[in-house]
Design a protein around this ligand. Structure first.
Ligand SMILES: C[S@@+](CC[C@H](N)C(=O)[O-])C[C@H]1O[C@@H](n2cnc3c(N)ncnc32)[C@H](O)[C@@H]1O
Length: 222
């Protein structure tokens, strides 16, 4: 098997032995194949809403003879998944609103789900807020730069915790670690916000207020 991309590798790093996983939007299924080969006693449902995408996963799972560990299943989010089949959900490579929509529509399937691992490129603060409202807290998170793009990957665990706006916005674990990628991301984001602020019309008070608030936050941690 070819090496996983850096992004998918970081997601895989968050998966432990004995997990009962559904990978929602598995596409080619390469992440699931890596997990099946590198973790003990896992069961994986590689699922996708799109039959063509799922066909790629079916082809790859057959190629690596992993049908005893990975089941490929057509499903819109959690709709065709039973609650006692899973304790871990992976959703990556989708927008925050799609991810949140999938989890909220399928919230009756979360009874035994201890871990949710997500990767989205937009509205990460919204993602953190909505998933913590479902009764999960942030156990770990990391940034990874893959082909010049910075990705945020978050692992949630079942349990309640209240976070400040600042922690939801920057990520409680990322804020604590303050690694070089975090600093790079903050500088990029701050630059974008400052450009945006100059373009917001003077009478768009709310938008200007929110953007100014975010700029202040960035300047405090810079
Ligand atoms: C950009 S790909 C990401 C693939 C892989 N998860 C990754 O991170 O590289 C998004 C995949 O999600 C699937 N998808 C989108 N909405 C979905 C839904 N509601 N349920 C299941 N799969 C979905 C798409 O068909 C597509 O294969």
């Amino acid at each position: 098997m070819n090496k996983l991309s850096k992004r998918l590798q970081k997601i895989a790093d968050f998966i432990t032995d004995n997990a009962k996983i559904v990978d929602i939007g598995c596409d080619h299924g390469l992440l699931d194949i890596y997990i099946a080969k590198n973790r003990d006693n896992v069961k994986i449902i590689a699922s996708d809403i799109n039959q063509n995408a799922l066909n790629n996963a079916i082809y790859n799972v057959n190629k690596y003879k992993l049908n005893n560990i990975i089941e490929c299943r057509l499903s819109d989010g959690l709709k065709s998944i039973a609650k006692d089949e899973i304790n871990t959900i992976i959703i990556s490579g989708m927008g925050a609103h799609t991810i949140v929509g999938i989890l909220y529509t399928g919230m009756n399937k979360l009874k035994y789900v201890d871990n949710i691992i997500v990767q989205s490129n937009n509205n990460i603060d919204f993602l953190r807020y909505k998933i913590t409202k479902l009764g999960y807290y942030i156990i770990d998170e990391c940034l990874v730069k893959d082909a010049g793009i910075l990705y945020t990957i978050i692992k949630f665990k079942k349990g309640f915790r209240i976070y400040s706006y600042k922690k939801l916005y920057f990520g409680p674990v990322l804020l604590k670690k303050q690694d070089n990628l975090f600093k790079e991301k903050c500088l990029n984001d701050l630059e974008k916000l400052e450009t945006l602020y100059k373009l917001i019309p003077k009478n768009h008070y709310h938008h200007r207020f929110i953007t100014r608030k975010k700029i202040k936050l960035y300047k405090k941690i810079a």
